[in-house]
Every structure is written in C-alpha cells, then in structure tokens.
Design a protein around this ligand. Structure first.
Ligand code: C2O
Length: 352
C-alpha cells in the first residue's frame, strides 16, 4: 500500500538533528490551508444593492456581462474561474465532501437548514469575485424577481442574446420567454405561452402566499435540522421547494428529452454552470430576508441552535484566499455589505 498523504491541517514544527550543533526546531509548515474569514470593514462603506433583473439598465447589463465574461476567461485552474465556481456547488451537493469524523456520511447543502446559509455565502464570494474582476467594489448581482408577476419568466438579459456570456444553451427552449408556472415539475404537461391569464398569475401568487407567508415555523420554511453524523437531506423547507420549481422550469426537461438529466439548471451537479443560477439564488436569498424581517406577524427568527450557527463552509474569496465561514456570520446580510432593492410583494394578499 502506498503511504497515505499527510493531514494538511496537522503540520507541526520540524526538528533538525545535526552532529555539530545538536538539535534545533524549525518552522517548515506551509501556510495553513485555510484561514477564518474576517468580514471586511469596507462592507460598511461600499454597499452593494442587488436589483431586479428585469429592471436593470443597459449600463448595468454591460458591466454584468463583462464581469461574467472575465470570470469565464480565467484559466480553469483559477479558483475564481466560472468553471471552478460552478464546481463548488457540485462538490457540496453530489457527495464531494464527507463529514470530518464520519467518513461514510456525505455533506449535502440541500434539503435541510444548510440550504439558505450555504447559498448566501456562495453568492457573497461569487459576487465579490465579479466585482474585483471589473474593479467595481459595489458591483451587485441582480435578482430574478420571480415572486412578482413582472418577473415570472426568465429575465431577458439571460435569454435574448445567444452570444452573451449570460446565455446558456442548456435550458428548456420552450420556456425561454414563457410565463412561469410556479407549480411546474418535469412530469407536468405544460403548454408554454408568453402572456399569462389572470388565473395563472393568481395561482402563482397563491402558491407564494402559502409557501412563504403562511409558513411561520423555521423548519417548515428553511428545512429541517442537520447535525453531525446524520445523513443529509433531512427535509425540504418551502423556500427550497419553490426554488426547485424554478430550477426545473429552466433546465432541459429530462422527461421529454430522455438524453438529458435536466442540465444545466434542472439537476444539482450542473445547476451552477448556468449564469442564471446566481440570479435565481439572489432572489432565494432576498426572500429569506423578507421572511425574517418584513412579513406581517413578524419578525420571524432564524434558527438559534448552536449546531446551526457553528456550521462552516469553505470558499475562495476574491483574492484567492481559501477561507472558512460560519453560518452565524451571514444571518444579517447587511453585515455582508449588500441589500436588495425593494419591490412590491403582491403575494402577501393573495390568499385564496
Ligand atoms: Cu444549491 Cu438552487 O441549489
């Protein structure tokens, strides 16, 4: 058997034994493989405002495209490259990581309380990398405003120009301009069309009302607890369930295209290869903020279990530092230096 590789997290001071000068200690360890992330003080002054994707202006679109273009142009082995960024998502959902101390237990950031905070941190670094690539520390991702009737279709910035870095050919071509059905799934027969009926709009709003406003329990909204040594995928919260629908709506339908598995957006391993992923998750993240702070009958709280708060993930930051972040440090998104442009919430009054 070959020697197993050293544990990079456990390098100690080396000892040198010489015939002339006896024994001495020397520090030979490489820098630690990660550092604990320190939220930059500049987050207080360089604020990023995420705007609705269907409302952004030409100047913003040009900037956004250029940032994604530069990210895609980085060498594949650069951790800031689009390819590596997309792979981060794959590693955290397709058995890429095991739990330290539980070698037969996968880590999956879906279908549990890890869903919201993992994707928040993921977008945070993705956004900062984009900003640094175009030298704009206030650059912010757009959000796909799928909870408003005007945003219930793929934002045109992703679909109309097939030469744009925001375009991805691996999408359901029948859905590119169609009004979205928030009760869609791959098995549901649909007749995509551009102009919705009032009933279709109201059905979507009623779904959002039921899944967001009427869910007042943390587990119902965020997903179930997930502790050390447990199997992943404990249970979906309604935030994730609604989000899954939009993934399926966007990806190639594997039922009608049996050679496909849903790539890109409709299956986890490839979802983040589509630039629209980050815009979609920007809205998921926005709904989290709305749920905790802006709903009638609120405020509704985040989980306070220390096992939740102390959960950590690893990312590369915009300076290629490999950093560890904790859930507890992302619960207030303003500390992370960004917020969302306000939009009407017509689903608040759409019970029925
Ligand atoms: Cu990690 Cu939209 O999923």
């Amino acid at each position: 058997l070959p020697l197993s590789p050293p544990d990079p997290t456990n390098c100690v001071t080396s000892t040198v034994v010489t015939p002339e000068n006896g024994t001495f200690k020397i520090e030979c360890c490489p820098p630690p493989p990660f550092t604990d992330y320190v939220i930059p003080a500049s987050n207080n002054t360089q604020f990023r405002i995420r705007k609705a994707a269907h409302l952004v202006d030409d100047e913003y679109i040009a900037k956004y495209k250029e940032a994604i273009r530069r990210m895609k142009a980085l060498p594949d082995d650069d951790p800031r490259s689009f390819k590596q960024q997309a792979a981060v998502h794959c590693a955290y959902c397709a058995g890429g990581y095991k739990q330290k101390g539980f070698p037969d237990k996968d880590i999956d950031v879906h279908e549990s309380w890890l869903f919201a905070p993992f994707h928040r941190w993921y977008l945070y670094f993705f956004e900062r990398i984009l900003g640094s690539l175009i030298g704009d520390p206030t650059f912010a991702l757009p959000y796909w405003n799928w909870d408003h009737p005007n945003g219930m279709r793929m934002p045109s910035i992703f679909t109309t120009d097939t030469t744009s870095p925001l375009y991805d050919p691996l999408r359901d071509s029948r859905h590119l301009a169609a009004f979205m059905d928030l009760n869609f799934n791959f098995d549901k027969e649909d007749k995509p069309h551009v102009n919705p009926t009032i009933k279709e709009i109201n059905d979507n709003l009623a779904t959002l009302h039921r899944e967001f406003l009427l869910k007042t329990d943390q587990t119902d909204f965020f997903g179930a607890p997930y502790h050390a040594g447990a199997n992943p995928n404990t249970s979906y919260g309604s935030l994730e369930t609604v989000h899954n629908t939009i993934h399926m709506w966007t990806g190639v339908n594997p039922v009608t295209n049996p050679k496909s598995n849903g790539e890109n957006m409709g299956i986890l391993y490839s979802a983040a290869r589509d630039p629209i992923f980050y815009c979609h998750h920007s809205n998921v993240d926005r709904i989290w903020n709305i749920w905790t702070t802006q709903l009638p009958g609120g405020p509704r709280s985040n989980f306070s279990d220390p096992d939740y708060l102390e959960t950590s993930y690893f990312f590369y930051d915009e300076n290629k530092n490999y950093v560890r972040v904790k859930v507890k440090d992302c619960l207030d998104s303003t500390r992370l230096g960004y917020d969302y442009q306000r939009a009407d919430l017509p689903w608040l009054n759409a019970g029925g």
